[in-house]
Design a protein around this ligand. Structure first.
Ligand SMILES: Nc1ncnc2c1ncn2[C@@H]1O[C@H](COP(=O)(O)OP(=O)(O)O)[C@@H](O)[C@H]1O
Ligand SMILES: [Mg+2]
Length: 243
């Protein structure tokens, strides 16, 4: 399902961001279609988290234009339409899955029923009363995801949601993400595991604060002349360094 208006979900023009007195995003231009799964890939430290923080409105931008769902990311109206799952687990370990989701629901002005629905969406209904500390890593990741879903976001920003998880659990998380996309949610998902690119509709490839390419997984492999996503990224990242 695509957006009625056809407006891009995310649009950046010349976005520059500094952290700790140093510029870490050097004038990014990008446009992301609504209703798709976009991978944000690149080596550690290239600026993925900083770009995500900018998109969800918690990072000051030095210059440039950034619109999210057609508005400024700092617009309170748009904040309610964005779900954000940070890189570090952001749920309370001593609280149950349900208590965590209910807390996020209260913050978002959503109901307890929305919280329960989000828990069901990520397949944790049977474990809803268990403290997060007593869940596996994959289950805890899904609990974080449930908390981001309680506000029924149109855009879901997930920072390395599968890092450190085993292949089966990764598969499971991706199945949940795919089903959200089918319901019309736009997903921006970062990863430094390059083979996850194949699961996305398109991929943004970053290197040292610049955007090297925005392409489909098939284009990525074609351009690099390989069938292996890992090799393709290394090729494009090296090419980028020669520019
Ligand atoms: N709180 C911070 N203060 C200063 N510099 C930071 C801070 N967080 C990140 N950086 C720097 O910003 C750059 C981009 O970091 P980040 O966006 O976290 O990259 P990634 O998510 O791709 O690993 C890195 O050089 C990093 O050292
Ligand atoms: Mg990061």
């Amino acid at each position: 399902m695509s957006e009625r208006t056809g407006e891009p979900a995310i649009r950046a023009k010349g976005v520059r961001v500094s952290r700790g007195g140093r510029e870490v995003l050097h004038g990014l231009d990008l446009e992301v279609a609504a209703g798709s799964v976009i991978g944000l890939m690149g080596p550690s430290g290239c600026g993925k988290t900083t770009l995500m923080r900018s998109i969800v409105g918690v990072q000051r931008i030095d210059s440039g234009e950034l619109t999210v769902l057609g508005r400024s990311p700092s617009d309170p109206a748009v904040r309610h339409e964005i779900g954000y799952v940070t890189q570090a687990v952001s749920v309370y370990g001593d609280l149950s899955v349900r208590a965590n989701a209910a807390y996020f629901a209260a913050l978002q002005g959503s109901s307890r029923a929305d919280a329960d629905e989000a828990i069901a969406t990520v397949g944790l209904a049977d474990l809803a009363d268990r403290p997060v500390d007593r869940l596996s890593g994959g289950q805890a990741s899904r609990a974080s995801l449930a908390c981001a879903l309680v506000g029924l976001p149109r855009l879901l920003v997930l920072d390395e949601p599968t890092v450190g998880l085993d292949p089966v659990t990764r598969e499971d998380i991706w199945t949940h993400l795919r089903s959200l996309a089918e319901q019309g949610v736009t997903l921006l998902v970062s990863s430094h595991v390059m083979d996850e690119a194949a699961r996305c509709d398109s991929v943004l490839l970053m290197r040292e604060g610049d955007l090297l390419a925005h392409l489909t997984p098939a284009e990525l492999l074609e351009r690099a002349g390989t069938t292996n996503a890992e090799d393709a990224f290394l090729t494009l990242i090296r090419e980028g360094g020669e520019r």
